[in-house]
Design a protein around this ligand. Structure first.
Ligand code: SF4
Length: 77
């Protein structure tokens, strides 16, 4: 299986990626503080391609897996 995205790698830091969407700093990432913020996570993002219950693929993190429970600032309804 593909490597799992680390929160510490460059693009993840730049995009505010967190493996646990509830851990996102909403003071810094205002999109996540929006009215629909609580339901914003990879599984509700239109870029997400599910692999299994835990992981999926995302074009912003090509070749790696993101957490189903994750979030980044690229989230789109
Ligand atoms: Fe998850 Fe969407 Fe961000 Fe990709 S763009 S990491 S699927 S929230």
């Amino acid at each position: 299986a593909q490597e799992v995205v680390s929160e510490d790698e460059g693009i993840a830091v730049a995009m505010g990626y967190k493996a646990d969407h509830t851990a996102v700093d909403t003071a810094k990432w205002s999109k996540k503080a929006g009215a629909d913020g609580a339901q914003q996570q990879c599984t509700s993002c239109s870029l997400y391609e599910e692999i299994d219950d835990e992981f999926g693929l995302c074009p912003l993190f090509a070749g790696k897996r993101v957490h189903a429970s994750g979030w980044c600032n690229g989230w789109v309804a």
